[in-house]
Design a protein around this ligand. Structure first.
Ligand SMILES: NC(=O)c1ccc[n+]([C@@H]2O[C@H](COP(=O)([O-])OP(=O)(O)OC[C@H]3O[C@@H](n4cnc5c(N)ncnc54)[C@H](OP(=O)(O)O)[C@@H]3O)[C@@H](O)[C@H]2O)c1
Length: 284
């Protein structure tokens, strides 16, 4: 019996695919497999007959979604419906990856629990929320795992961009009024498979590293851990860093459901330290 990873060439999908769960993993991704093709989704799932499907495939260009809403919805919502329908037909559980951006981040002082009412701001966020709803509509053997600022040892993520920009410009300006939970992909993958091993009940889970940070604090920690503490960083408001999409300013997730089952990721500062160690090794 195999575990099927959708989007296995992506930042998270790759680590899910490579994880040694004790079961064979099969991966599907573009260009060989296009999840927006409902017939192809059904045919491949029938063929593979997995015991579990993990969907890490998505249209993840948050700013690009503003100019390409049809594509964002096709991949993040309609394709998720295809996957959930196929899983229901084969009676296979689905673990679907979603985002903190389903929340508008306007609530002061309290992070969002799994059962809080989402309200998405950007096109990307609305398409991801539609994907959650589509999955729930079609399938009940469903885990929705919401994550936040994802970073893997490889990939063009926030820490990698900060290090590259520090080396290129020698000084940085970073937004200090947008807050989130850094989520280190190897810790996340471990937590996902632990939840599955513990036969966690179906439902919504918030899995991020413990704690939260502003973009500025995250950047400072990345610079410190990567030996670039001397790089000057100017804190700026998000209004000084205009983007096509509007990010939620405080879409901070609380992990209550998984923590109740004893599953928690390490503090985000430990995650940054580990990322910096691996990043140093890989860029030597
Ligand atoms: N990155 C973050 O900070 C973040 C934060 C919160 C939540 N998330 C969520 O976490 C999940 C994984 O994110 P990630 O950063 O690992 O994403 P990623 O690196 O962009 O990987 C997504 C993968 O899905 C593939 N894909 C796109 N459209 C597809 C289609 N029609 N059919 C099949 N595969 C398709 C992509 O292929 P191409 O590269 O060829 O397009 C890519 O290999 C996503 O659900 C995302 O919404 C991410």
């Amino acid at each position: 019996m195999t575990i099927l990873i959708l989007g296995h060439k992506g930042q998270l999908g790759r680590l899910l695919y490579e994880y040694k769960s004790g079961k064979p993993h099969v991966g599907l991704d573009l260009p060989e497999f296009d999840m927006t093709d409902g017939a192809a989704v059904m045919a491949r799932l029938r063929d593979i007959r997995p015991e579990l499907v993990i969907n890490a495939a998505a249209y993840t260009n948050v700013d690009g979604a503003e100019a390409n809403p049809d594509l964002a919805y096709a991949v993040n919502a309609h394709a998720v419906a295809h996957v959930a329908r196929a899983c229901r037909e084969l009676d296979v559980p689905l673990l679907h990856i979603s985002t903190n951006e389903v929340f508008d981040g306007t609530r002061e002082g309290q992070p969002y629990d799994e059962w809080d009412q989402p309200h998405a701001l950007s096109t990307y966020a609305r398409s991801k929320l539609a994907g959650e709803n589509a999955a729930r509509f079609h399938h009940h053997r469903l885990y929705i795992v919401r994550i936040a600022w994802l970073f893997a040892p490889q990939g063009n993520n926030f820490p990698a961009k900060i290090v590259a920009a520090a080396d290129k410009y020698g000084a940085l300006r970073v937004v200090n009024d947008e807050f989130g939970n850094p989520t280190y992909a190897p810790h996340l993958v471990q937590a996902i498979f632990t939840l599955l091993q513990r036969e966690a009940p179906y439902g919504i889970y918030h899995l991020t590293n413990q704690g939260y940070a502003s973009r500025y604090e995250f950047a400072r920690e990345v610079l410190r851990e990567s030996g670039r503490e001397h790089i000057p960083v100017t804190p700026i408001p998000h209004t000084d860093w205009p983007r096509p999409s509007q990010p939620p300013l405080r879409a901070i997730l609380a992990n209550r459901a998984a923590a109740a089952l004893g599953v928690q990721l390490p503090p985000w500062q430990e995650a940054v330290a580990e990322w910096a160690r691996r990043h140093r090794q890989e860029t030597k």
